[in-house]
Design a protein around this ligand. Structure first.
Ligand code: CO
Length: 136
């Protein structure tokens, strides 16, 4: 039984979200949202809507942004995480943990940037990529 579903978004951390939004809007001709500050998550987000998925642009917000260290290592920005949809986030978490996957933080879902429960998974367990699960 497949557990992960659609690719909900790919997140790209950027040092300057206005410049990044402009690249997507003008150079690539994409539909781009307004900037939304998300103080609970330490980021400002812009969503780029594509026909089959979204790109989430992330800029650090505040003192303890979870993407600050990533941008220290990747000064011009870079791919930060991929987000897969799951039907039942608790069932997905329990399946992962039973199969050796590590969930970051407390292990309990938080409400993510789209108002839905999310979890982040340890990149070392998933081919070097930070994975977000979002309950669809
Ligand atoms: Co995300």
């Amino acid at each position: 039984m497949p557990m992960i579903g659609r690719l909900n978004h790919v997140a790209i951390a950027v040092p300057d979200i206005a410049a990044a939004a402009k690249v997507y809007e003008e150079t690539l001709g994409a539909k781009v949202s307004e900037q939304v500050p998300q103080p609970d998550h330490g980021v400002t987000t812009v969503f780029v809507e594509l026909p089959n998925t979204k790109i989430e642009l992330l800029e650090p917000l505040g003192e303890d942004s979870p993407i600050a260290a990533f941008l220290e290592r990747n000064k011009t920005g870079g791919m930060h995480h991929v987000c897969y949809e799951v039907e039942d986030i608790i069932a997905a978490r329990d399946h992962l943990v039973a199969n050796g996957g590590r969930v970051l933080g407390s292990g309990e879902p938080k409400i993510g940037a789209h108002g839905k429960p999310v979890l982040f998974l340890h990149p070392k367990d998933f081919c070097g990529t930070l994975v977000e699960l979002e309950q669809a």
